[in-house]
Design a protein around this ligand. Structure first.
Ligand SMILES: Cc1cc2nc3c(=O)[nH]c(=O)nc-3n(C[C@H](O)[C@H](O)[C@H](O)COP(=O)(O)OP(=O)(O)OC[C@H]3O[C@@H](n4cnc5c(N)ncnc54)[C@H](O)[C@@H]3O)c2cc1C
Length: 478
């Protein structure tokens, strides 16, 4: 019955935007049933691939007319289930919205469609010595629309900030199918700052189709260090010491021993005997300042008991030092068939005790855990690895994640740093906000719409069917 309905919907949508821009069928349903948060999935009835803002608007109006939920999707690299169609319906993919429409190097800005991959934006303007500063580690595929929806960070967030300050204006299709504009080509337009409300709204307020982005000059010089420490404790102390010294590195990333085991196995990384953690640190700016900060950091690493500190002499060596950081998550496949990357934030000075808690909780849950994260921001990413086919393991991992988040909150942190709330943490916001604050957030959403159709069950799940979805995926349904 579902298949027949799916084919009927696909045909009707095909008449609307062209049959070549609509997918249905078993493979599509499997491929679009989840994002990179692989433990939660639900298949869509159909997937649309519009090429213009107007086509997105047509699909949204069609969904409203038929009362069918819809879910925006970029590259599907999200780690909290945001692009997972929790109640089925139609996935609106930005896969064909991949044009860079205008580049204005003289004004350091460009206008692009939402489906352009993050890295492509920087590549397109490198000839003018510019780049798009937000750089999630998924940047070779993650899209501009996904970055905006998640307000994504990345290794260089410590110095350059998350996505929000780099977005000047947006075109989006609201939940009813009307085309709307926020902000513009110049920053700080008057009126209420609805642009900020839209950024980080995880596709729950509408579908971004185009954005004016701010471009940042490429640094004149970059210095990269890779420091090995006997244990995470020394590495964490080094992070605090660098921040206390008043240095603002461009990147300050940490990898623990379990990540290094995976990367060593996959990419023959050279790891010195006795290494329990590594810090990848970058300084940038004018050549004299970048070199001076590098030397200060080198001295701090040595004072804090580093076993070895490597410096990159050129771009090739820099790329080599980044190997463990950039390829760490991919290498985790060597350790177990399922990985779930968690996300929380704490003040960086509390990292040592937080990491101890992460190892303890994983041990208690009977799953492996590796840590690869933006230490300078205190943005923790415990990566659980296990075999999801083993009974009870998914439940154990979900519970372990919740324990970690509870501890993050006790230490003055947040339930998520950069991966969003999605479905994964939709139930955890109550731990962080009191009821009037949550009501205010819901009212914020109502400025945009009161519909239950736009990416239901994400952030604040109040659509009918969200509870059933949660029960279903946790395997507790009868
Ligand atoms: C290996 C790996 C490394 C990662 N590293 C980082 C990192 O360093 N920093 C970081 O912040 N994140 C990171 N992520 C998470 C993820 O890549 C980011 O959240 C990214 O911005 C998602 O982009 P996407 O195009 O894949 O979006 P998707 O996963 O497709 O969607 C994410 C959310 O955005 C919504 N959405 C997508 N497009 C639109 C649109 N056009 N309009 C409205 N809503 C939309 C979706 O509905 C969903 O809620 C990583 C993920 C992986 C797998």
């Amino acid at each position: 019955v579902e298949d027949k309905r799916s084919q009927e919907l696909a045909q009707s949508l095909g008449e609307l935007i062209g049959p070549q821009k609509v997918l249905a069928g078993p493979t599509t349903k499997t491929n679009y049933a989840n994002d990179a948060y692989t433990v939660d999935h639900f298949p869509p009835l159909a997937v649309t691939l519009p090429e213009t803002t107007e086509e997105v608007a047509k699909v949204v109006r069609w969904c409203n007319h038929h009362q069918i939920p819809f879910t925006p999707r970029g590259a599907g690299t999200g780690l909290s289930g945001g692009a997972m169609p929790a109640l089925g319906g139609v996935v609106i993919s930005t896969k064909k919205l991949t044009k860079i429409l205008f580049i204005e190097p003289e004004n350091s800005c460009l206008l692009a469609q939402a489906g352009v991959a993050n890295l492509k934006l920087s590549q397109a303007v490198a000839q003018w010595g510019l780049h798009f500063a937000p750089d999630p580690s998924s940047q070779s595929v993650a899209t501009l629309g996904g970055n905006i929806a998640e307000n994504s960070g990345g290794p260089h967030t410590l110095k350059y900030g998350v996505t929000a300050p780099h977005i000047l204006g947006l075109t989006f299709v609201d939940a009813k199918g009307d085309i709307q504009y926020l902000g513009g080509k110049v920053p700080g337009l008057p009126g209420y700052d609805l642009l900020s409300l839209m950024i980080g709204s995880e596709g729950t307020l509408g579908i971004v189709t185009e954005a004016w982005i701010k471009l940042t000059p490429l640094p004149e010089a970059t210095e990269t260090l890779l420091a090995s420490f006997p244990s995470p404790a020394e590495a964490c102390r080094t992070v605090s010491a660098i921040i206390r010294a008043g240095i603002l590195p461009a990147a300050l990333e940490m990898m623990d021993a379990n990540i290094l085991v995976a990367v060593k196995a996959a990419f023959s990384l050279d790891v010195i005997e006795g290494t329990g953690a590594m810090l990848l640190i970058e300084t940038d700016g004018d050549p004299a300042t970048a070199a001076q900060e590098r030397d200060q950091i080198l001295a701090i690493c040595q004072e804090q008991g580093a076993l070895k500190v490597e410096l990159a002499a050129n771009a090739e060596e820099r790329a080599k030092l980044w190997t463990a950081r950039k390829k760490g998550v991919g290498a985790m496949g060597r350790l177990a068939p399922t990985i779930v990357t968690h996300d929380g934030v704490i003040p960086p000075s509390r990292l040592p005790e937080m990491l101890e808690e992460v190892y303890r909780v994983a041990d208690e849950a009977g799953v492996g855990v590796a840590n690869l994260f933006h230490a300078g921001d205190g943005n923790l990413h415990p990566i659980f690895y296990f075999d999801s086919r083993e009974p009870g393991k998914i439940e154990a991992v979900v519970e372990a994640g919740e324990k970690i988040i509870r501890r993050c909150l006790e230490l003055g942190g947040s339930v998520t740093g950069e991966h969003g709330v999605g479905v994964e943490k939709a139930g955890l916001l109550e731990m962080m906000f009191d009821s009037p604050s949550l009501v205010l957030q819901k009212k914020g959403r109502e400025i945009f719409h009161e519909s239950e159709l736009c990416n239901p069950c994400k952030i604040i799940p109040d659509a009918r069917g969200c509870t059933e979805h949660k029960v279903r995926w946790r395997g507790a349904a009868t």
